[in-house]
Design a protein around this ligand. Structure first.
Ligand code: NDP
Length: 444
């Protein structure tokens, strides 16, 4: 058996019932095959792949809190510190009822390569809880966040592990967690990113993932003789990534005609009204039915359906495995020529292969959504310097980073004979830097 296959079998055997983690490892190892085979002896001797797929540390803890009726609730808390070869662990905290150890491990594993691709000194980690923020009062959110941080604070710090937001963790949750960290540890430091502007946050961090997705998409299209201006774009999700992807796509002259949430989706042939979407989602924290009710041109549909809409470019920005083979077939049949992932692993492996085989330009999330973590790293730099940069300064650094990421993965794909395969390019470019650092640091 080849080294890659041996390690993949070991992952499945040692991590039962974690399908998302298996999927992430499989996708990465498959595309690294050519690089691994070229260095097999040394990698095997150092058990480099075994170490790469095994987290340095996995923390699981109880999160008790009291709801508004006086009832004690208990959630599971997680922090997986996956790989610190190139810098302190960095990665978001997901608050969603679907969260389990396998999901956090898949996200933490992806984060290693994503963070490496940014070119910044940050290692990979991820965390979260099966807590559901939906329908909770502000007091309940605060109670949960304080209890979560009461345990998590023991394992994180500005130079060791710096969490950020993710699904369900926005500025409000980061604020409550930061307050609790400061209270317990007695230090004012950049231990979390995505902070509010009044206490160490970075301008443009809120916009960064969505904006970065469009900067990279624009560059990918440009390098393939196409232009984002004038194109029809479909977007899924209506959270942080989706909203700012929508905004930047429109600023670049594209028309975005869909958004979705976990209950339904909206088709708006006149183009999504971003100001209204922000009001519904960021201010009222309401469902998309309210968007449709306030916008005569919009049609609301229950369930899933964004990928059936005719488009040039598709940007999945909600959650993992939301774009499957049937969806990929519908996109191709409708003439879609580019897909870039705003979410983490939103496209199944079968769908990815189908899109690539049918000539669709496909950029994986670990590259396309890296703008969020890259700007988080810029927030860390500003906190260390005790300075704040202007919006324009951060935004222009973000744009440079995204353009560089695209060229790095494009070059890596070409170098290893897989021109145009941006999945392979991203995995190879991300891996080589981490592997080099791990080798240099000895067996740790
Ligand atoms: P938000 O919580 O702000 O928004 C998530 C959106 O996806 C919501 O519209 C939500 O709908 C929808 N959604 C969530 N779970 C499901 C589901 N199971 N089925 C259908 N729809 C769902 O999260 P973000 O925008 O921050 O994150 C979106 C994706 O982007 C995630 O994969 C995240 O890991 C990734 N990402 C985020 C970054 C960031 O900076 N925020 C950085 C890099 C990647 P509803 O409101 O109904 O739940």
């Amino acid at each position: 058996m080849s080294y890659v296959d041996e390690v993949y079998s070991m992952v499945v055997e040692k991590n039962p019932a974690q399908p998302e983690f298996h999927q992430a490892v499989k996708e990465v190892l498959e595309s690294l095959r050519v690089v691994i085979e070229a260095n097999e002896e040394a990698y095997r001797r150092d058990a480099l792949l075994e170490r790469l797929v095994t987290p340095e540390r996995q923390l699981l803890f109880r999160v008790p809190w009291v709801d508004d009726k006086g009832q004690v609730q208990v959630n599971n808390g997680y922090r997986v510190q996956f790989n610190s070869a190139i810098g302190p662990y960095k990665g978001g905290l997901r608050l969603h009822p679907s969260v389990n150890l396998g999901i956090i491990k898949f996200l933490g594993f992806e984060q290693i390569f994503k963070n490496s691709l940014t070119g910044l000194p940050i290692g990979g980690g991820k965390g979260g809880s099966d807590f559901d923020p939906k329908g909770k009062s502000d007091r309940e959110i605060m109670a949960f966040c304080q209890s979560f941080m009461t345990e998590l604070n023991k394992y994180i710090g500005a130079d060791t592990d710096v969490p950020a937001g993710d699904i369900g963790t926005g500025a409000r949750e980061i604020g409550y967690m930061f307050g609790q960290y400061k209270r317990i540890r007695g230090v004012y430091e950049g231990v979390l990113t995505g902070k509010g502007l009044s206490y160490g946050g970075s301008l443009a961090r809120t916009e960064a993932t969505g904006y970065g997705l469009l900067y990279l998409t624009e560059e990918m299209l440009k390098c393939n003789g196409k232009d984002i201006a004038g194109k029809t774009v479909v977007i899924s999700g209506s959270g942080n990534v989706a909203i700012y992807a929508c905004q930047k796509a429109q600023q670049l002259g594209a028309k975005v005609v869909t958004v979705s949430d976990s209950t339904g989706w909206v088709y708006d042939p006149e183009g999504i009204d971003v100001a209204l979407l922000k009001e519904v989602k960021e201010v009222k924290r309401a469902r998309l039915t309210e968007y449709a009710a306030a916008r005569p041109s919009a049609q609301y549909h229950d369930g899933k359906g964004v990928w059936t809409v005719k488009c040039d470019v598709a940007l999945p920005c909600a959650t993992q495995n939301e774009l499957d083979l049937e969806d990929a077939k519908a996109l191709v049949a409708n003439g879609c020529f580019a897909v870039a992932e705003g979410a983490n692993m939103p496209t199944t492996m079968e769908a990815t292969e189908y899109l690539q085989k049918n000539g669709v330009l496909f950029c994986p999330g670990k590259a396309a959504n890296a703008g969020g973590v890259a700007t988080s790293a810029l927030e860390m730099s500003q906190n260390s310097e005790r300075l704040s940069w202007t919006f324009e300064e951060v935004d222009s650094k973000l744009k440079n980073i995204m353009v560089n990421i695209f060229h790095n993965l494009d070059d890596a794909a070409k170098k290893y004979g897989m021109e145009g395969n941006y999945v392979a390019g991203a995995n190879i470019a991300g891996f080589l830097k981490v592997a080099d650092a791990m080798t240099a640091q000895g067996i740790v």
